[in-house]
Design a protein around this ligand. Structure first.
Ligand SMILES: Cc1cc2nc3c(=O)[nH]c(=O)nc-3n(C[C@H](O)[C@H](O)[C@H](O)COP(=O)(O)O)c2cc1C
Length: 169
């Protein structure tokens, strides 16, 4: 079993997926991991929709130029937030989706975030709402592509530790 630091260090965004469809339970487990995320005042403002339908996935992939990779994904998890539940719903969602990405990697799946939420425009969210029936009170944060990886990106180049840590008191 891999140590969590190994999982963190070896995760990369995966945008190419094998045709073989992973069992749905694996996708559910990634979402379950997300449910354990920290959130402001433990508000847990998240909701998820699992999309397997190929036609719907194809339509979702056209939400914006950088979500095209979704077309090849056997699953898209649409991540939603209820702003009425938390003053920090965006940060909460970042925490939850990070855990989803890590759990996917730890299970041998590949996943990547497809950005839908945009601070200045709800155009992409409205586009997703035309494809998927989403309760009005929920914001659409992301479309997460998940499947068996069909690419192996090189190890990640990270910011130098001494550049990131700007002071120690
Ligand atoms: C908030 C957020 C939005 C992102 N949106 C997209 C996206 O729309 N399309 C995409 O291909 N990747 C998207 N990504 C993935 C980033 O491009 C990726 O995390 C970054 O290049 C670092 O690579 P790594 O994930 O392999 O470490 C997004 C990531 C985050 C955290």
């Amino acid at each position: 079993m891999k140590d969590i630091f190994d999982i963190i260090k070896t995760r990369r965004s995966i945008r190419k997926y094998k045709k073989e469809v992973p069992p749905e339970d694996m996708i559910k487990r990634c979402i379950e991991a997300a449910l354990y995320a920290p959130s402001a005042k433990n508000s847990q403002p998240w909701y998820f929709i699992i999309v397997k339908d190929k036609e719907k996935i194809k339509q979702l992939s056209k939400a914006q130029p950088y979500t095209e990779f979704l077309e090849g994904a056997p699953y898209v998890v649409v991540a939603l937030a209820d702003p009425a539940k938390s003053n920090h719903w965006l940060e909460d969602m970042g925490c939850a989706l990070m855990l989803l990405l890590l759990e996917a990697h730890s299970l041998g799946l590949g996943a990547c975030w497809g950005a839908i939420y945009h601070p200045d425009s709800q155009e992409r969210e409205n586009y997703v709402r035309r494809i998927i029936d989403i309760p009005k009170n929920l914001r659409v944060i992301a479309c997460m592509g998940i499947g068996y990886p069909d690419e192996t990106p090189p190890p990640k180049k990270i910011k130098d530790f001494n550049e990131a840590v700007i002071k120690v008191y």
